[in-house]
Design a protein around this ligand. Structure first.
Ligand code: PMV
Length: 315
């Protein structure tokens, strides 16, 4: 009787930063220049499956193409790093898939690297009979593959500073998340390049001097349940990140007319109702909205409005 081929599978969520990770102190280890704060998005997930094989190779899970060739190489190089950690040299077939469509314009590196770290830790500990990595150890290792993936190990809120991250209690544990997909073509400037380019912006230095103050103010606003102050800080933050992109020595932009229009419409919602959603954007043109549970009606309205023109993913 032949021995059975073993396989392991798990998934991990994506996250959206409200105070952004933009700029690195250490490019090799992905140590950020400033602390960042994110909300975990359990409905946007990557699943990774590992099967023992003669050599390492990547395959789309369920037969669908989900990552670029360079993404596959980055993924396999990272698996090698975990294998070195466990002093294991056997091969694997890595299969991965997101539960949101390919090229939807939703950054998947956070969920992909977190899922690969989780499944590799289980797999390699079983195969080498060495202890599994703790969640904190997994998160730190994952950070070296993709910085923002460190935050995907904690929920609903994650605070990442230097080489470590932890869960933080801010209330608002069950926000309604929507992402309006303005454009789904691959980014012209990768976030890896963006982290380097923004250092040349004339506003980079003043941002570094003030960003911790903004983070502290945001945490206070959440804790005091001051939703309007929260909205203002989160909005200032994503606009400033995009300003870094627009003002570096090789300026670039992810902003689309529709991204600007939604930002303006959200401002109008706030003016008209004295209430509204939080709004943020990542290094891309898509717009993320976050609503409190008691704003479900408003969330349904914006979903209906933007679904006429764009794909809208929601929890
Ligand atoms: O993890 P990276 O290197 O892809 O950087 C992501 C940076 C942003 O998504 C733009 C902001 C953030 O904090 O997630």
């Amino acid at each position: 009787m032949g021995s059975r081929i073993k396989m392991w599978q798990t998934d991990a969520p994506s996250n959206i930063a409200l105070i952004k990770y933009m700029g690195k102190k250490d490019f090799k280890l992905n140590i950020p220049t400033n602390a960042s704060l994110s909300y975990t998005l359990p409905h946007l997930k990557t699943t990774v499956k590992l099967t023992e094989s003669t050599h390492d190779h990547w395959k789309p899970l369920d037969g669908k193409q989900y990552i670029t060739e360079s993404g596959q190489i980055r993924f396999m190089n990272y698996l090698n790093k975990i294998k070195q950690h466990y002093q294991y040299d056997g091969g694997f077939c890595i299969e991965s898939a997101n539960n949101f469509p390919t090229g939807a314009g939703i950054a998947s590196s956070a969920s992909s690297f977190a899922a690969l770290t989780k499944v590799a830790s289980i797999t390699l500990s079983e195969l080498t009979k060495k202890p599994e990595l703790s969640v904190d150890e997994q998160a730190k290792l994952s950070r070296t593959g993709s910085g923002s993936s460190i935050r995907s190990f904690y929920e609903p809120w994650a605070l990442w500073q230097d080489d470590h991250c932890h869960k933080i209690d801010l209330g608002y544990d069950d926000l309604i998340h929507q992402v309006v997909i303005i454009e789904s073509v691959p980014k012209k400037v990768s976030s890896t390049d963006a982290h380097k380019l923004i250092e040349t912006s004339p506003i980079f230095e003043s941002r570094q001097a003030e960003i911790q103050f903004r983070l502290d103010n945001l945490i206070t606003a959440f804790k005091q349940k001051d939703w309007f102050a929260t909205y203002q800080i989160v909005r200032d933050e994503f606009l400033e990140m995009h300003e870094l992109f627009h003002t570096c020595n090789k300026p670039f932009s992810y902003m689309q007319p529709a991204s600007k229009k939604i930002t303006e419409e959200v401002e109008t919602i706030w003016k008209d109702n004295n209430d509204g959603p939080l709004i943020t954007m990542d290094a891309g043109p898509n717009v993320h909205l976050l609503f409190r549970q008691d704003q479900v009606e408003l969330a349904n309205q914006t979903k209906a409005r933007y679904s006429e023109f764009f794909d809208v993913y929601t929890a």
